[in-house]
Design a protein around this ligand. Structure first.
Ligand code: COA
Length: 187
């Protein structure tokens, strides 16, 4: 059965399914080029990844994850809303486009727009945050209407030096503003 999921202009977000997505997850999370700008750099074992998939399935109260798929390539990455705080209606976003040949085609931008739409229109969240040291990811946030809120100085040690992390966030009022709303793909 082909799961429709949440539709964007270029990608669909579907629930992670071990039989379809775990092999790519293990491959990507052990690819130094993919993890170079992630906090997670030690690689993952199959057992750890299986445990993570189990957690993604059983704990959908505080975190939601999706596999990102495209028409031509298929499964290219994962995206999520983590640390969902229902009292203050905020969450921390995360994304990995692990399939390197998919980079630079606007897939992350579309996936973040779909997740943003879902978070505000379906979950009723108030705020989504993101932190990154990846220059391309900063561009993604900017294209999706997230505000640059600050710099966390020397947050991540990588390749023998400190990297500043850039903090971004979008509020529901930013999203429902007509100008930014028009950037989001139609439902
Ligand atoms: C960062 C990442 C999500 C971007 O995915 P993507 O599908 O290539 O992103 P998009 O194609 O939607 O947009 C990328 C934008 O960043 C720009 N960009 C890409 N790499 C860049 C770089 N090194 N420096 C500056 N800009 C860069 C692109 O030109 C594009 O902007 P444009 O549309 O104005 O030309 C992806 O490379 C990735 O997952 N990397 C590994 C894991 C990671 O770091 N994830 C982010 C964690 S916060």
């Amino acid at each position: 059965m082909d799961v429709v999921g949440l539709k964007g202009e270029k990608v669909r977000l579907i629930p992670p399914e071990p039989s379809l997505h775990i092999e790519n997850a293990i491959r990507w999370m052990n690819d130094p080029e993919v993890t170079a700008t992630l906090e997670h750099i030690l690689g993952v074992t199959r057992r750890a990844e299986e445990a993570f998939f189990e957690l993604m399935t059983t704990n959908r109260e505080n975190a939601l994850h999706w596999a990102v798929v495209t028409e031509d390539i298929g499964h290219i990455g994962f995206i999520g809303l983590q640390q969902i705080n229902w009292r203050f209606r905020n969450s921390l976003g995360g994304i990995v486009i692990g399939e390197r040949r998919a980079w630079g085609r606007g897939f992350a931008t579309d996936a973040v727009r779909v997740r943003t739409r879902f978070a505000f229109e379906q979950l009723g969240l108030h705020r989504i945050e993101g932190h990154t040291i990846h220059a391309g990811m900063r561009r993604v946030y900017e294209k999706c209407g997230y505000h640059h809120e600050g710099i966390e100085r020397q947050k991540i040690w990588r390749e023998g030096r400190w990297h500043d992390a850039h903090s971004y966030a979008i509020l529901d009022c930013d999203y429902f503003d007509a100008e930014i709303n028009s950037l989001m793909p139609a439902v």
